[in-house]
Design a binder for this molecule. Structure first.
Ligand code: URA
Length: 212
Protein backbone atom coordinates (compact mmCIF):
# COMPACT_ATOMS: atom_id res chain seq x y z
CA UNK A 1 0.00 0.00 0.00
CA UNK A 2 1.32 3.41 -0.98
CA UNK A 3 0.73 6.15 1.61
CA UNK A 4 0.68 9.78 0.47
CA UNK A 5 0.50 12.40 3.18
CA UNK A 6 -0.51 15.67 1.57
CA UNK A 7 1.89 18.45 2.35
CA UNK A 8 0.42 21.86 1.66
CA UNK A 9 -0.07 24.89 3.93
CA UNK A 10 -3.73 25.29 2.86
CA UNK A 11 -4.44 21.70 3.85
CA UNK A 12 -2.78 22.22 7.24
CA UNK A 13 -4.70 25.49 7.70
CA UNK A 14 -8.09 23.93 6.96
CA UNK A 15 -7.30 20.88 9.10
CA UNK A 16 -6.48 23.12 12.05
CA UNK A 17 -9.93 24.72 11.90
CA UNK A 18 -11.56 21.30 11.49
CA UNK A 19 -9.77 20.08 14.61
CA UNK A 20 -10.80 23.13 16.67
CA UNK A 21 -13.76 22.14 18.85
CA UNK A 22 -15.21 25.66 18.52
CA UNK A 23 -15.83 25.12 14.77
CA UNK A 24 -19.58 24.68 14.23
CA UNK A 25 -21.16 22.09 11.91
CA UNK A 26 -21.87 24.38 8.92
CA UNK A 27 -18.27 25.64 8.95
CA UNK A 28 -16.97 22.12 9.50
CA UNK A 29 -18.90 20.84 6.46
CA UNK A 30 -17.63 23.67 4.25
CA UNK A 31 -14.02 23.20 5.37
CA UNK A 32 -14.20 19.43 4.93
CA UNK A 33 -15.47 19.92 1.39
CA UNK A 34 -12.69 22.38 0.53
CA UNK A 35 -10.07 20.15 2.09
CA UNK A 36 -11.25 17.11 0.15
CA UNK A 37 -11.01 19.03 -3.13
CA UNK A 38 -7.35 19.70 -2.32
CA UNK A 39 -6.79 16.04 -1.37
CA UNK A 40 -8.64 14.93 -4.51
CA UNK A 41 -6.05 16.72 -6.62
CA UNK A 42 -3.38 14.49 -5.05
CA UNK A 43 -5.59 11.38 -5.06
CA UNK A 44 -6.35 11.58 -8.79
CA UNK A 45 -2.75 11.88 -9.93
CA UNK A 46 -2.99 8.36 -11.41
CA UNK A 47 -6.55 8.60 -12.72
CA UNK A 48 -6.88 6.71 -16.00
CA UNK A 49 -6.96 8.80 -19.16
CA UNK A 50 -6.92 8.16 -22.88
CA UNK A 51 -5.88 10.28 -25.87
CA UNK A 52 -8.55 12.60 -27.25
CA UNK A 53 -8.36 14.32 -30.64
CA UNK A 54 -9.67 17.89 -30.73
CA UNK A 55 -9.40 21.01 -32.89
CA UNK A 56 -8.46 24.28 -31.28
CA UNK A 57 -9.40 27.48 -33.19
CA UNK A 58 -5.88 27.28 -34.58
CA UNK A 59 -5.50 23.62 -35.48
CA UNK A 60 -5.74 19.96 -34.46
CA UNK A 61 -4.09 18.56 -31.35
CA UNK A 62 -4.24 15.48 -29.18
CA UNK A 63 -5.31 16.00 -25.59
CA UNK A 64 -6.55 13.52 -23.01
CA UNK A 65 -9.87 12.66 -21.39
CA UNK A 66 -10.90 10.37 -18.56
CA UNK A 67 -11.08 6.75 -19.71
CA UNK A 68 -14.22 4.62 -19.59
CA UNK A 69 -15.45 3.08 -17.40
CA UNK A 70 -15.41 6.28 -15.39
CA UNK A 71 -13.97 6.20 -11.87
CA UNK A 72 -16.30 5.16 -9.07
CA UNK A 73 -16.40 7.29 -5.92
CA UNK A 74 -17.56 5.41 -2.82
CA UNK A 75 -18.26 7.44 0.33
CA UNK A 76 -18.61 5.28 3.42
CA UNK A 77 -21.76 6.36 5.24
CA UNK A 78 -22.26 8.36 7.26
CA UNK A 79 -19.16 10.53 7.68
CA UNK A 80 -17.82 9.84 4.17
CA UNK A 81 -20.82 11.72 2.78
CA UNK A 82 -19.23 14.92 4.04
CA UNK A 83 -16.38 14.29 1.59
CA UNK A 84 -18.47 13.55 -1.50
CA UNK A 85 -19.07 17.05 -2.84
CA UNK A 86 -15.42 18.00 -2.51
CA UNK A 87 -14.41 14.90 -4.48
CA UNK A 88 -16.95 15.12 -7.31
CA UNK A 89 -16.19 18.81 -7.76
CA UNK A 90 -12.89 17.63 -9.21
CA UNK A 91 -14.29 14.47 -10.84
CA UNK A 92 -17.79 15.53 -11.98
CA UNK A 93 -18.20 12.64 -14.42
CA UNK A 94 -17.41 9.95 -11.83
CA UNK A 95 -20.15 7.56 -10.79
CA UNK A 96 -21.02 7.37 -7.11
CA UNK A 97 -21.77 4.23 -5.08
CA UNK A 98 -22.58 4.05 -1.38
CA UNK A 99 -21.42 1.74 1.35
CA UNK A 100 -22.94 1.98 4.83
CA UNK A 101 -20.54 0.82 7.50
CA UNK A 102 -20.50 1.41 11.19
CA UNK A 103 -18.11 0.46 13.89
CA UNK A 104 -19.27 -1.28 17.02
CA UNK A 105 -18.23 1.17 19.78
CA UNK A 106 -17.28 -1.70 22.11
CA UNK A 107 -15.39 -4.06 19.82
CA UNK A 108 -14.47 -1.37 17.21
CA UNK A 109 -15.36 -3.94 14.53
CA UNK A 110 -16.99 -2.72 11.31
CA UNK A 111 -20.39 -3.99 10.14
CA UNK A 112 -22.02 -3.31 6.73
CA UNK A 113 -25.61 -2.03 6.97
CA UNK A 114 -26.16 -0.62 3.45
CA UNK A 115 -24.79 -1.15 -0.03
CA UNK A 116 -25.65 0.67 -3.24
CA UNK A 117 -22.91 -0.34 -5.65
CA UNK A 118 -22.75 -1.96 -9.08
CA UNK A 119 -22.36 -5.76 -8.67
CA UNK A 120 -19.63 -5.87 -11.26
CA UNK A 121 -16.72 -3.54 -10.71
CA UNK A 122 -14.37 -5.24 -13.19
CA UNK A 123 -11.69 -2.87 -14.36
CA UNK A 124 -12.99 0.01 -12.21
CA UNK A 125 -10.78 2.52 -10.51
CA UNK A 126 -12.39 3.31 -7.13
CA UNK A 127 -11.98 6.20 -4.71
CA UNK A 128 -13.14 5.32 -1.20
CA UNK A 129 -13.96 8.25 1.09
CA UNK A 130 -13.77 7.90 4.86
CA UNK A 131 -12.59 10.87 6.94
CA UNK A 132 -10.94 8.99 9.82
CA UNK A 133 -8.62 6.00 9.53
CA UNK A 134 -8.63 4.93 13.18
CA UNK A 135 -8.40 1.14 13.70
CA UNK A 136 -8.50 0.52 9.95
CA UNK A 137 -11.35 -2.00 10.26
CA UNK A 138 -13.92 -0.12 8.17
CA UNK A 139 -11.57 0.80 5.35
CA UNK A 140 -10.12 -2.71 5.20
CA UNK A 141 -13.60 -4.17 4.90
CA UNK A 142 -14.66 -1.63 2.25
CA UNK A 143 -11.53 -2.17 0.14
CA UNK A 144 -11.88 -5.95 0.30
CA UNK A 145 -15.54 -5.64 -0.70
CA UNK A 146 -14.66 -3.59 -3.80
CA UNK A 147 -11.78 -5.87 -4.81
CA UNK A 148 -14.02 -8.95 -4.48
CA UNK A 149 -16.36 -7.32 -7.01
CA UNK A 150 -13.54 -6.74 -9.50
CA UNK A 151 -12.18 -3.25 -8.74
CA UNK A 152 -8.58 -3.22 -9.89
CA UNK A 153 -7.21 0.02 -8.49
CA UNK A 154 -8.24 1.60 -5.18
CA UNK A 155 -7.41 4.92 -3.61
CA UNK A 156 -8.67 5.64 -0.10
CA UNK A 157 -8.98 9.32 0.80
CA UNK A 158 -8.99 10.28 4.48
CA UNK A 159 -8.69 13.54 6.36
CA UNK A 160 -6.74 12.05 9.27
CA UNK A 161 -5.06 8.75 10.09
CA UNK A 162 -3.73 7.11 13.23
CA UNK A 163 -0.39 5.34 12.69
CA UNK A 164 -1.92 2.20 14.24
CA UNK A 165 -4.69 2.29 11.63
CA UNK A 166 -2.28 2.57 8.71
CA UNK A 167 -0.31 -0.42 10.03
CA UNK A 168 -3.47 -2.47 10.62
CA UNK A 169 -4.77 -1.63 7.14
CA UNK A 170 -1.48 -2.62 5.53
CA UNK A 171 -1.40 -5.89 7.49
CA UNK A 172 -4.98 -6.83 6.66
CA UNK A 173 -4.58 -6.20 2.93
CA UNK A 174 -1.31 -8.08 2.33
CA UNK A 175 -3.07 -10.79 0.34
CA UNK A 176 -4.71 -8.27 -2.01
CA UNK A 177 -3.05 -8.04 -5.37
CA UNK A 178 -4.40 -4.74 -6.73
CA UNK A 179 -2.69 -1.37 -6.28
CA UNK A 180 -3.94 0.40 -3.15
CA UNK A 181 -3.08 4.00 -2.31
CA UNK A 182 -3.93 5.92 0.82
CA UNK A 183 -4.07 9.72 0.56
CA UNK A 184 -4.43 11.60 3.84
CA UNK A 185 -4.35 15.14 5.13
CA UNK A 186 -2.28 14.16 8.18
CA UNK A 187 -0.99 11.25 10.21
CA UNK A 188 -1.70 11.98 13.88
CA UNK A 189 0.00 10.86 17.06
CA UNK A 190 -1.92 7.80 18.22
CA UNK A 191 -5.23 6.07 18.81
CA UNK A 192 -6.61 6.27 22.36
CA UNK A 193 -8.31 3.49 24.31
CA UNK A 194 -11.73 4.69 23.13
CA UNK A 195 -10.67 4.28 19.48
CA UNK A 196 -10.33 8.04 18.85
CA UNK A 197 -7.48 9.58 16.91
CA UNK A 198 -5.33 11.90 19.08
CA UNK A 199 -5.28 14.87 18.69
CA UNK A 200 -7.78 14.15 15.89
CA UNK A 201 -10.96 16.14 15.56
CA UNK A 202 -13.43 14.07 17.58
CA UNK A 203 -16.25 12.11 15.96
CA UNK A 204 -16.28 13.19 12.31
CA UNK A 205 -19.93 12.15 11.76
CA UNK A 206 -21.10 14.11 14.79
CA UNK A 207 -19.03 17.16 13.84
CA UNK A 208 -20.51 17.08 10.32
CA UNK A 209 -24.12 16.24 11.06
CA UNK A 210 -24.67 16.52 14.82
CA UNK A 211 -25.17 13.76 17.40
CA UNK A 212 -28.04 11.50 16.31
N1 URA B 1 -13.91 7.98 13.97
C1 URA B 1 -14.05 9.30 14.22
O1 URA B 1 -15.02 9.93 13.79
N2 URA B 1 -13.09 9.91 14.97
C2 URA B 1 -12.02 9.27 15.47
O2 URA B 1 -11.17 9.89 16.12
C3 URA B 1 -11.90 7.89 15.18
C4 URA B 1 -12.85 7.27 14.43
Amino acid sequence: MRVEQANHPLIAHKLTYLRDKRTDSPTFRRLAEELVTLLAYEATREVRVEPFEIETPVGPTTGIKLSSPKPLVVPILRAGLGMLEGMVRLLPSAEVGFLGMQRNEETFEAITYANRLPDDLSGRQCYVLDPMLATGGTLAMAIRYLVERGADDITAVTLLCAPEGIKALEDSLVDIDVPITLVTGAVDDHLNDDGYIVPGLGDAGDRLYGVV
